[in-house]
Write a protein that binds this ligand. Structure first.
Ligand code: CU
Length: 216
């Protein structure tokens, strides 16, 4: 991203944003990375939040640095409820409550436990296989969290309007898919070709198992 030394006040920040937009406008080649705009609804057209969306490149790409992820425990809930991460991501599980938690998963993609603890565990947990991982807490039965691990850095999660954007894509072919922890069936991936700087729309419909979405 553009770094701007003037970003010290709201006014200057706004000026910088406009300058940056102007530069891009004058040199559109600079913004050539492609993006996919996902829209996910249920069968009756209701937008679905917290859907993991991803685009897996069909062609080999240079490796990218992996960032660590954080799944905190806040008010006896996992925060965020849903995480979507690239295979090989290390996840920290800081406990931000004043009670102890005991985080575990029995999922084949990642079986682990962090026994009764407060604060931040010394070591993160490495999610080294693709797949879906359900998190629980031995102390608080109502605590549920979900991690979707996928072999691509190009991931996002839908918002309350059922939308998500995966951007910074190089031109080429991608296998594009969606996943929700309460989906009633696996959604097949679609092959899409992206090029240039036009966002490519991708609409998906997911059927969910009833009664699986916790109240917020
Ligand atoms: Cu707990």
């Amino acid at each position: 991203m553009l770094h701007c030394d003037l970003m010290k006040t709201r006014q200057y920040s706004s000026l910088c944003t406009r300058l940056f937009a102007l530069i891009l406008g004058l040199a559109p080649g600079l913004a050539a990375a492609a993006s996919i705009e996902f829209r996910v609804t249920d069968a009756s057209g209701v937008p679905l939040q917290d859907v993991a969306v991803y685009a897996t490149p069909r062609q080999p790409l240079p490796p990218r640095p992996r960032h660590e992820a954080i799944i905190a425990q806040v008010k006896r809930q996992f925060a965020p409820l849903v995480s979507v991460i690239q295979t090989g991501t290390a996840v920290n599980f800081p406990n931000r409550d004043d009670v102890r938690h005991h985080v575990y998963s029995f999922s084949p993609a990642k079986t682990f436990e962090i026994k009764l603890y407060v604060g931040t565990p010394a070591k993160p947990v490495l999610f080294d296989k693709p797949g879906e991982v359900v998190l629980g807490c031995n102390i608080h039965d109502q605590m549920r969290g979900f991690v979707f691990v996928v072999d691509t850095p190009f991931v996002a999660k839908t918002d309350a309007a059922g939308r998500a954007v995966v951007d910074d894509l190089p031109a080429g072919e991608f296998d594009v898919g969606v996943w929700h922890y309460a989906q009633s069936a696996v959604q097949p991936v679609r092959r899409l070709r992206v090029s240039g700087d036009q966002p490519l729309p991708a609409a998906f419909t997911l059927q969910l198992r009833p009664g699986q979405i916790p109240a917020r």
